[in-house]
Design a protein around this ligand. Structure first.
Ligand SMILES: NC(=O)c1ccc[n+]([C@@H]2O[C@H](COP(=O)([O-])OP(=O)(O)OC[C@H]3O[C@@H](n4cnc5c(N)ncnc54)[C@H](OP(=O)(O)O)[C@@H]3O)[C@@H](O)[C@H]2O)c1
Length: 316
């Protein structure tokens, strides 16, 4: 690998994509694609490319000639996917075709970001790579079908199942940002005590991408947090690490929520296959949350009003 090797991140304006783009900046000749959000700060590295348009994608790949593609672009809103299935299918499944065709012709390493969402496990279990997924909603069905397309393509690919938290550059919040925002403002946050997951900080996940790419590791890998927690426990731990009162965090139950699509009670992943190969990347949830808190201090968190109050908090 050398610095002139071209690496492409699709969905580089999203929660994970911008982190991947930033991480590889000094190592490769990096570009990213977006659709609606031309993110400031990294915009000079971004190209608008609608992955629903196969011709546009083929032309773009021909022009940019990536040696590595990290595919983060996806339709990720679970309830919206249920309502507009066709749109979700086009983006999460059909859009793969020109990427896979290009990768086959050019020996490109295709890193496909998948999910934990198609697991619905009994309490106390964690899904290993050889367990059969059982999707409960349309989003998960499309993510599973996408994996099969990648697996069946004659290419060098790594499929990564995960669940992430981090900072969005876009004006939207993921679960952890929404919790921090609630803690800072003292606004109630009802968190499921009956939904288990094993989240990983986006910064650590992109370091894992680095190891996978440098070592040319192919196949299917779970790369998630080393611990599973309920969403409620995650909120409490986040409050503790951020040094904020957890008084506004309340227990709730999935069955009482207004969410439309069916969701799993346990989608925890067992990532021991990955960590046994790359033990240096293993970290506890607390380690990730400390890094998350430190990132917030150095980094312009988009929830600007809350950022001001947190900076005041940390300058005390
Ligand atoms: N977030 C999670 O907790 C989570 C959990 C498990 C797995 N994952 C997986 O991780 C990956 C990244 O997720 P994320 O949370 O970073 O996603 P995200 O923040 O929702 O970002 C999605 C990205 O896809 C782009 N995109 C959507 N439709 C497109 C289209 N038609 N053409 C081109 N680009 C398009 C978006 O571009 P614009 O915003 O510019 O329109 C954005 O950059 C996805 O594969 C997701 O399934 C995420």
């Amino acid at each position: 690998m050398n610095p002139s090797d071209k690496l492409l991140v699709t969905g580089a304006s999203g929660l994970l994509g911008w982190k991947a783009l930033s991480y590889f900046l000094t190592e490769f000749d990096v570009r990213g694609t977006y659709l609606n959000h031309e993110i400031g700060g990294i915009s000079s590295l971004l190209d608008r490319c609608d992955i629903r348009d196969h011709n546009e994608v083929s032309q773009y790949l021909k022009k940019t000639q990536p040696l590595i593609i990290i595919h983060c672009a996806a339709r990720t809103e679970i309830d919206a996917a249920e309502k507009d299935r066709e749109a979700c299918y086009k983006i999460n499944v059909e859009a793969l075709k020109p990427f896979l065709d290009f990768s086959a012709k050019n020996s490109t390493h295709f890193v496909h970001v998948s999910t934990d969402a198609f697991f619905s496990l009994r309490e106390g279990m964690q899904a290993t790579e050889d367990m059969e997924p059982t999707p409960l909603n349309y989003y998960s069905e499309t993510k599973l079908e996408a994996e099969k397309l990648v697996q069946n393509a004659d290419i060098r690919s790594t499929i990564i199942r995960t669940n992430i938290f981090g900072w969005n550059l876009q004006d939207k919040t993921c679960l952890s940002e929404w919790i921090v925002d609630g803690l800072v403002r003292g606004e109630a946050r009802n968190l499921f005590e009956d939904v288990l997951f094993s989240p990983i900080l986006t910064s650590r996940l992109v370091r894992a991408f680095g190891e996978i790419i440098r070592s040319k590791t192919y196949g299917l890998y779970n790369i998630a947090g080393t611990e599973s927690a309920s969403k409620f426990e995650f909120g409490l731990k986040l409050a503790e690490v951020f040094g904020l009162s957890s008084e506004s965090i309340y227990k709730s139950m999935l069955k009482d929520s207004p969410l439309k699509a069916k969701r799993s009670h346990n989608m925890a992943l067992d990532s021991s296959k990955f960590y046994s190969q790359f033990p240096a990347l293993s970290a506890t949830l607390t380690d990730d949350l400390i890094e998350y808190r430190n990132e917030m201090i150095y980094f312009e968190w988009p929830a600007k009003e809350s950022l001001a109050s947190l900076q005041t908090f940390y300058s005390r």
